[in-house]
Each structure stands twice: as structure tokens, then as C-alpha cells.
Design a protein around this ligand. Structure first.
Ligand code: MF3
Ligand code: CO
Ligand code: CO
Length: 269
């Protein structure tokens, strides 16, 4: 039994006074992603990036939320090019022109901070850079739809409308999620949909928004390792993820980049 109030839609309401725990967890997750920036270069193996994440987690005195989660063995997911999400760190060496998502979730004092962002190895193609811009903007537009009295469908609608207006597609097979004192809680936060649909947004809700946008078609499949999700048409895919809370008059982003490094090719974000 949870000590928290739960809405009729099964969504947990946290007292706003407890958001301080999320601020710490979110900041540490974001700091770890900042710390990786200088290391994500052509020539590095993705398993070596994961090792850096482990080192930082130790240094900051927090816990990895993913090691041991449903049998997962790493401190990060690293998804390169046409990998949509849940890429497993390994011997793959980054090449100049690769785009990759690094997703880190940590637990600090029992609070979960979950964030992911895109990185560029070396010089990337114009179409890759457009994909990153559209995906980043779609996340931020989704976040701006978060306010009490609004609906989860408003978030999905904002994301889908923007991505599709740039002739890109929204992945349907993965979604954001409630979070807080647990890693994955209701609701499923869809990155597509219609305004005014789904559960109503209330102060105290905490969830992730983490749109995956493809240059090609939205279809995905999971590889035989049972984790790695790739685009069916092998088109490039990108993702940005923030953990947010609903406040009395809008939203709070818990995973803002301390160094302003959230978007790799733009300063101050
Ligand atoms: N961090 C991912 C998310 O955004 C979940 C990763 S679960 C793992 O929800 F086991 F693959 F690490
Ligand atoms: Co998440
Ligand atoms: Co994540």
C-alpha cells in the first residue's frame, strides 16, 4: 500500500513539498549526462561510455536504477542511429556522423531521476541535425502543454503535430511513464493523440515525456537480445527525455542540464 493519493485513473499524486527529492535525483541524472559530453567522440566504444556512467554514479553517491531492472545489466541505454531505444552498451565503436541517445536513470534517496538526450559523434549530416532539432522541439512543446486542468492528450497532440508537420513520424510502441518513488508507474504517457483526451493533469503528478521520432516510418521491432528496439525501415531515430512534475500553475522540469548541454548542437538549453 502506498501512502500516496491515487486518482481514479490510477495516477499517483505527490505532495508538492516532496518535489525536493525529485530535484536532487533529476539534477544528478542530468549532471551525469552533462559529464559524458566531452567523451562522446568517434572511436569510443558504447560500453566505455557505460563505464563512465557507472563511475559518476559511484562518485555522486547514488544508485543505478537500470542495473538489475528486469534483468537489464547496464547503467545506461545507448541507442545509435536507427536504434530507437534500449540499445545495450557493448563493443560498438562510434563513427563520425553517428547520432546516439544516452538514457540514464538513477535513484537518490529513493527518488528516481530519468533523462535521456541525443549526442553527435564528430560531424553529422544535415538530415541528422534536423532530426535532433525536431525531436528536441517536440519534447519541449509537449512539456509546455503540462498544466493543471489540461490533459495527457494535450501533450501527445503537441508532440505529434509538430513532428508530423516536419514530415517525421512519432514512434507508437514506446511511451513515457509515471515515476517518483518507483521507476515505472501509471500512466502511459503517449507521444501522439488528441487534445482534451486521456487523464486530466493535476498538481503533484510526476512523469516522463520521452518522444522517439523517426525520419521514416514509425514502425519498430525488438532484436533477439530482447531489448534493442530498431526502426523497421532502418531510418534514423532520435529521442529526448525529461522527468517533469505538475505544479499549481504549470510544470517543473527536474532533469534540466546544469551546463546547458541538453541539445548537443545548440548552446543554452
Ligand atoms: N530509462 C528508460 C526509460 O526511459 C528505461 C530503461 S529500462 C532498461 O524508461 F532496463 F532498459 F534500462
Ligand atoms: Co523514462
Ligand atoms: Co529513460
Amino acid at each position: 500500500m502506498s501512502k500516496y493519493k491515487v486518482t481514479r485513473d490510477g495516477i499517483r499524486i505527490y505532495p508538492l513539498s516532496e518535489f525536493s527529492g525529485m530535484r536532487t535525483a533529476g539534477r544528478v541524472a542530468a549532471q551525469i549526462l552533462d559529464d559524458l559530453c566531452d567523451h562522446v567522440q568517434p572511436g569510443i566504444k558504447t560500453i566505455d561510455i557505460d563505464e563512465l556512467v557507472r563511475d559518476r554514479i559511484r562518485e555522486y553517491g547514488v544508485k543505478s536504477s537500470t542495473i538489475g531492472y528486469r534483468g537489464y545489466g547496464h547503467a545506461s541505454c545507448i541507442s545509435v542511429n536507427h536504434v530507437v531505444c534500449h540499445g545495450i552498451p557493448g563493443p560498438k565503436v562510434l563513427q563520425s556522423g553517428d547520432i546516439l541517445n544516452i538514457d540514464v536513470t538513477i535513484t537518490a534517496d529513493g527518488w528516481f531521476g530519468d533523462s535521456s538526450r541525443m549526442y553527435a559523434a564528430g560531424q553529422i549530416a544535415r538530415k541528422s541535425s534536423r532530426l535532433l532539432d525536431v525531436t528536441h522541439k517536440s519534447l519541449m512543446l509537449g512539456i509546455e502543454a503540462v498544466k493543471p486542468g489540461g490533459f495527457f492528450g494535450d501533450i501527445g497532440h503537441a508532440i505529434q503535430k509538430f513532428a508530423e508537420s516536419h514530415r517525421m513520424s512519432v514512434v507508437r510502441n514506446f511511451c513515457g511513464h509515471g515515476i517518483g518513488r518507483e521507476f515505472h508507474l501509471p500512466p502511459n504517457v503517449l507521444h501522439f493523440g488528441s487534445r482534451g483526451t486521456g487523464a486530466k493533469l493535476e498538481p503533484g503528478m510526476i512523469f516522463t515525456i520521452e518522444p522517439m521520432i523517426n525520419i521514416g516510418k514509425p514502425g519498430t521491432k525488438i532484436l533477439s537480445d530482447n531489448w534493442t528496439a530498431v526502426t523497421l525501415d532502418r531510418s534514423l531515430s532520435a529521442q529526448f527525455e525529461h522527468t517533469v512534475g505538475v505544479t499549481e500553475d504549470g510544470y517543473e522540469i527536474f532533469t534540466l542540464s546544469p551546463g546547458g548541454l541538453f541539445h548537443p548542437t545548440r548552446h543554452l538549453n
